[in-house]
Ligand binder design. Sequence first.
Ligand code: SF4
Length: 393
Amino acid sequence: MIYLLKKPGTWEKLKILGSTARFDVCGVPSLIKYKGKKFQRFKFIYPAVGKRGFVRLFKVLQTNFCEGNCYYCANRKDRNFIRINFSPEELARLFINYYRRGLVDGLFLSSAIYGSPTRSQEETFKTIWLVRKKYGYRGYIHYKVLPGSDEALIEKCTDLVDRLSINLEAPSPNYLEKLSPTKNFSDELLSGLIKISRINRERPLRAGITTQLVVGAAGESDKDIIGFSYSLYRKYNLWRVYYSGFMPIEDTPLEDVPPCPPLREFRLYQADFLLRGYGFKVEEMPFEKNGNLPRDKDPKLAWALSHPEKFPVEINKADYWELLRVPGIGRISAKRIVKMRRENKITSLEELRGTGAVVKRARNFITINGKFYPLEKRDNNTRSSQLFLWEEI
Ligand code: SF4
């Protein structure tokens, strides 16, 4: 049923369509705050990280009318709430207004499915076309592809956007069935990802392609998720898989399912980083018997503690990949260590600290010139500052 009592104004539309767009993740685990900075004055302004630092994305749906009926979604067809949409011109003008006033740095545009995927995709296409061609905007656009929409239309978008993404939602058809009666895993979602992967291979997008998985609503384990993400990275050259911790929404079939703890989402991002940048394989992840990652320590520390035979690592001899396995040593500090010791050996914890390594975490796992500097009690802090999770948008 659709309620529309009076014609909402642009501001009202923005509040509603910006608020429901928040379920599309484009860069930030919910646990993390950026040094107390207030980035998110409104729900439609979303903080993310670009190559030149933090950016504010104007994140909004073109419409919340939807033919889909996903069990977890605020926009599902059977849910009673206000349905509205932006015209392409209205939304393009609105975004440009925010951009020119210096309130946002980029656009993230998505949509529910109004009529058909192709019809909705045409509306979002018109919006980004106007933003680029009529208003001359040259900044960042993350553009959401709707499963089942016309391939030629997606091809046309490629010159206008920096990033394409399509949400796979679940790590297998069985899990997807628990999330949606209207989505088809292979024919719509995966084949959509394959399409944008091909497009990205033929005409590389500046910010690549991404996807998103809902976490914690379908009973999937972290092992299911990480194993699936790993296969996606290998096959489709994804820039990122985003993990969207499930939040129950009133008046949906999953309203009584508990929310995904933010720490679970955080650990998944950490494990994902280990796969993409640290040379870890899925089978090395320290999953517990239930298939989930430990919550009380980060996955790299958990791996190190369960592999005492790999430690201590000699800072002046270990290669880059061995250094990366040391808790407290990240990619930047490992590179600096390798560079520094070409000139002179590293001789102290102070010098090691100078590379950016987190010495209090690393010292139990290393020697420096054969000398061991353990802390009496290992520092098993649950929050790792080493695997910093803000990354490129
Ligand atoms: S298709 Fe499903 S997930 Fe997408 S907006 Fe509609 S109900 Fe929500």
